[in-house]
Design a protein around this ligand. Structure first.
Ligand code: C5P
Length: 287
């Protein structure tokens, strides 16, 4: 997928899709402080970050742009840089252009998807050992192994155990991103403090996932609502505009609604954007 620029450099143009937990069950707290999960997770085509990767002077240079770039570091605080540095052979270098469309702290795994894209690009370019790449992915973050593999899949353990599944038909979803972010660690801490609650709300699974799961629910919802008081009113406003139940994406802050039919989803996007004035995306699962 590379394009050749004047001067002979090859630029890879890559897409980092959002990750969406359709169902997120927390099974318990682990000795390492993480939590055991059982999450039916998919990759969706929108929103998505866009990346370019090309060879450069030794090391990793990152240039961040795009509508969701605010607050995203372009140095080694960014896990893209850490992941690439961990796998690049000595003396090699890459320049990564990252156009952020997925809001950080929205629960859509944008950063993890970016990390996975760059790891895959390095693996392809330098013929890296797949085991080393997988281990690096798991060390970088709990969602990176899923993003490296892509969905749909069950995520288990801390997130590093990936069990691929197939959907009989694609699933359209509407994803709504609020103007506030939620950091993940306080949400898991709140889940512990609340005594490990199960989700209070659920959605009957649409046809695409009916054979895989009894209900769609997110056990982090009560904890995320405690951490961020703006979340419940935001979700109520989405539900009022869409006329349908919305669930939290991951640890938040985005909310999402499944649809059987993309036309219904498109109409919901229009109503939600008009009522709330925030971006809503009609995405579909990527197989
Ligand atoms: O692995 P990652 O750095 O993405 O995780 C962010 C935070 O989310 C962790 O520091 C931890 O607080 C929480 N987490 C967890 N259990 C998981 C995944 C994440 O407790 N399975």
């Amino acid at each position: 997928m590379g394009s050749r620029r004047p001067g002979g450099r090859v630029t890879l143009e890559l897409v980092a899709p959002a990750k969406l937990t359709l169902s997120l069950r927390i099974l318990g707290t682990r000795a390492d402080g993480f939590h055991d999960l059982e999450a039916l997770t998919v990759s969706i085509d929108a929103p998505a970050d866009e990346l370019t990767v090309e060879t450069g002077p030794p090391g990793v240079r990152l240039e961040v742009s795009g509508p969701a770039a605010a607050g995203v570091p372009d140095d080694d605080r960014n896990l893209v840089v850490q992941a690439a540095c961990a796998v690049l052979p000595d003396g090699e270098g890459i320049v990564v252009g990252l156009r952020k469309q997925i809001r950080p702290g929205s629960g859509l795994g944008g950063g993890s998807s970016d990390d996975a894209v760059v790891l895959r690009a390095c693996a392809d370019a330098y013929g890296l050992d797949p085991q080393m790449v997988s281990e690096t992915a798991a060390a970088v973050g709990s969602d990176v192994p899923f993003c490296l593999h892509g969905g749909p899949a069950w995520m288990r353990g801390r997130g590093e155990i990936i069990e691929p599944v197939s959907l009989p038909v694609p699933l359209p979803v509407v994803v709504v991103v609020p103007p506030f972010s939620i950091a993940t660690p306080p949400v898991y801490r709140a889940w512990d403090e609340l005594g490990g609650p199960r989700a209070e709300r659920s959605i009957d699974p649409p046809a695409a996932v009916a054979a895989l799961v009894d209900v769609l629910a997110n056990d982090l919802e009560p904890a995320a609502e405690r951490v961020e008081p703006q979340l419940a009113p935001f979700r109520d406003a989405i539900e009022a505009a869409a006329g349908a139940t919305a669930l939290l994406a991951g640890s938040g802050s985005a909310c999402w609604i499944p649809f059987e039919d993309p036309g219904e989803g498109r109409a919901a996007v229009t109503r939600i954007e008009a009522a709330l004035g925030v971006p809503a995306y009609l995405g579909v699962t990527i197989t």
